[in-house]
Write a protein that binds this ligand. Structure first.
Ligand code: MSP
Length: 641
């Protein structure tokens, strides 16, 4: 067991609020960090935000903010989301932090001075001309486009032509390949290792490390007219946060002496498994130990993307399922490391069956029996019988199996193992029927069965703690644990007899209240939606709304109303007039030609005496408002579904 463990998430773009894709990685990293802490390792859990580059710069401009204002606003959404999800990070890095910028400058200076194996400069000036996808923040080739658009973001890439500095990646490909081949840099699961080695075999071009025309970035220390390419600024967050260029003692402790694991989604494999180790080699810094690549998920069978606008807000899930419920539901949908589908449609069912029934009921049932039959006191067990021994062995042996799964970062398997123990305990209680023992006044047997149940529950609460920290903490309190003992360790999860006879248990409470399944099929809230979960509509209700793409033909201010614009719109079948409260954010001139989305089947309303036959869709964040806009290829009158 390594004494030190450092785990990282990707740092997320702050052009928008967090979505459940990012929450998924962050929850997984948190579970890993908590397991390693419980395993007695000194742990450093790093997450943060990627704040520079075109994506943020362009979004800020659209919203009438400076990039800094946009970052400062959205970073708070990330922090809040992670707090709501009980994410126990040790350090939150922002690429706009002075400490990070200093580290990037140092890294780039070292790389700039370096020469590759054949004596050539590692960084050299060159001319770049090609396509750039702002959504991906990467250069993209004609071959990768589908109908002229980036397939991931359905955006047309920009043609970029400028003087850049390049990194001589080609000088390091062989070395990176060796590191990965013999697992000094372990890329897992295995198929991702193969994929990386395949990419290396094909050969990769040197890449540009700076941008002349992107002004929101870190200036190159050797040519301040250019800013660092956003990935060249982002990847070093892993070392800047560990102390590179600032605190050599910390850096030594975490980066050089810890086991460093990067957790990422498969979309950013090339950057992490090839570009990043190559940059580190060029700067004579150790590579990380491991890169674990998880898959991508769809939601109810549909691809999810911010740009497509069907992205679920993790805050909504927390309000509905609690932080533990959300953590559990997201991690148990499909094996960690593979692609899968998040069956949000079936969340209520799964929550009720696993958490409310299997775990929640078990806890309240056991505590209730201790209260009713033993005056709320855990009593000393007498001779164990085979059934007790069997549960005891399963419980004390579980930590080792779970720890092995955690080492392999097989998080779903680890969770399934603990759930198996929960179910065995339920069966044990059912078979031993303490209620019958109480009736028969078989005190010795009753004490043994209840002790065995409580001890197993203590072990379950320790093994489930990394996944369900809030509720498991409470289970431990209810079991009468206090002080140091509240903090679960894997070591104690392998021991038996930790609960002291005579301990008073707490009054049973509903830990995971059952949820009612309201609608047949639910539409989860998206990132743009308000936080009000009570505004849920059923699928049937939702499908009654007729949403259409409409082109704005004419627009003018409504006299005497600062907020209103009167619009003439073409909804395909007819032209209509609507009144919309967008005048503070949009001028009449800029509205002309916009392809907005309108609810067309509302009863006509009169606003300030003017007839309005429809309502447009817009996202609102405080005073900031953004219209929902359809692509120019979609005809007026097209249905929005
Ligand atoms: N800023 C870069 C990362 C720089 S790291 C030095 C970036 N940011 S991101 O905000 O786009 O986050 C990408 C990450 O979000 C993915 O690697 C993955 O961890 C997570 N996911 C985004 N969508 C996802 C799914 N649909 N499914 C699973 N994970 C998803 O890329």
């Amino acid at each position: 067991m390594a004494a030190r463990f450092m785990v990282t998430t990707p740092i997320y773009y702050v052009n928008d609020k967090p979505h459940i894709g990012q929450a998924y990685t962050t929850i997984a990293a948190d579970v890993l960090a908590r397991f390693h802490r419980a395993g007695g390792e000194e742990t450093f859990f790093l997450t943060g935000t990627d704040e520079h580059g075109s994506k943020v710069e362009e979004t800020a401009k659209k919203q009438g903010k400076t990039p800094r204002e946009l970052c400062d606003m959205n970073v708070e959404h990330f922090k809040k989301a992670w707090k709501n999800l009980n994410i126990s990070y040790d350090y939150f890095v922002r690429t706009t932090d002075a400490r990070h910028q200093k580290a990037v400058e140092k890294l780039l200076s070292v790389m700039h001075k370096a020469t590759g194996g054949n004596g050539e400069k590692v960084i050299y000036p060159g001319e770049y001309s090609g396509l750039y996808c702002v959504g991906c923040e990467k250069f993209i080739t004609e071959k990768e486009l589908v109908d002229g658009l980036c397939p991931d973001h359905l955006q047309e890439p920009k043609r970029v032509s400028e003087k850049n500095y390049f990194f001589r990646l080609s000088s390091y490909l062989r070395q990176v390949g060796e590191l990965i081949r013999d697992d000094r840099l372990k890329v897992s699961p295995e198929e991702r290792k193969k994929e990386t080695l395949g990419l290396l075999k094909q050969g990769l071009d040197d890449f540009s490390i700076s941008r002349e025309k992107v002004s929101w970035g870190i200036p190159l220390p050797f040519d301040p007219k250019q800013n660092a390419y956003v990935w060249v600024d982002a990847l070093p967050n892993y070392i800047s946060a560990a102390g590179y260029g600032d605190d050599s003692e910390q850096f030594e402790k975490w980066w050089n002496q810890g086991e460093v694991v990067h957790l990422i989604g498969k979309d950013i494999l090339k950057f992490h498994a090839i570009f990043w180790p190559a940059m580190l080699l060029a700067a004579s810094v150790n590579p990380p130990n491991r890169i674990f690549v998880h898959g991508f998920f769809t939601i109810n069978g549909q691809k999810m993307s911010k740009t497509l606008g069907n992205v679920v807000d993790p805050g909504y899930l927390v309000q509905k399922y609690g932080s533990d419920g959300t953590r559990y539901l997201l991690l148990t949908q499909f094996p960690f490391g593979q692609d899968g589908d998040i069956q949000a449609d079936r969340f209520v069912e799964k929550y009720n069956s696993d958490l409310a029934n299997d775990l929640g009921n078990l806890v309240s049932r056991i505590l209730k029996m201790v209260c009713n039959y033993s005056q709320g006191e855990i009593r000393k067990p007498s001779a164990y019988q085979e059934s007790d021994e069997s549960l005891r062995n399963e419980a004390t042996g579980c930590a080792e199996i779970v720890w092995r799964n955690v080492q392999e970062i097989d998080l779903k398997q680890a969770i399934d193992q603990v759930m198996k123990l929960v179910r065995s305990t339920n069966r044990y209680v059912e078979n031993q029927a303490p209620w019958a023992l109480a009736k028969e006044n078989n005190k010795e047997r009753l004490d043994t069965v209840l002790y065995t149940s409580c001890e197993t529950l203590r072990i379950i609460s320790a093994l489930f703690y990394p996944v369900l920290p809030q509720r498991c903490g409470r289970i431990r309190e209810l079991l009468g644990l206090s002080g140091e003992a509240l903090n679960p360790t894997l070591e104690k999860a392998e021991e038996w007899g930790v609960l002291e006879p005579g301990t008073k248990v707490g009054t049973p409470e509903s830990l995971f209240p059952r949820l009612e399944k309201k609608a047949k099929r639910e539409k989860p809230k998206t990132v743009a939606a308000e936080d009000d979960v009570t505004a849920e509509v059923s699928f049937e209700e939702f499908s009654k709304i007729d949403l259409r793409v409409a082109e704005v033909k004419e627009a003018e201010k409504v006299k005497g109303a600062d907020k209103l614009l009167k619009l003439k719109i073409d909804i395909g079948s007819e032209e209509r007039q609507i009144v919309a409260g967008i005048a503070e954010q949009y001028s009449p001139e800029e509205m002309i030609g916009k392809r907005i989305v309108v609810v067309t089947n509302l009863r006509p309303a009169r606003i300030r005496g003017i007839e309005s036959k429809g309502m447009l869709l817009a996202a609102k964040d405080g005073k900031t408002l953004s219209l929902v806009i359809a692509d120019k290829d979609v005809k007026s009158g097209s249905e929005v579904s």
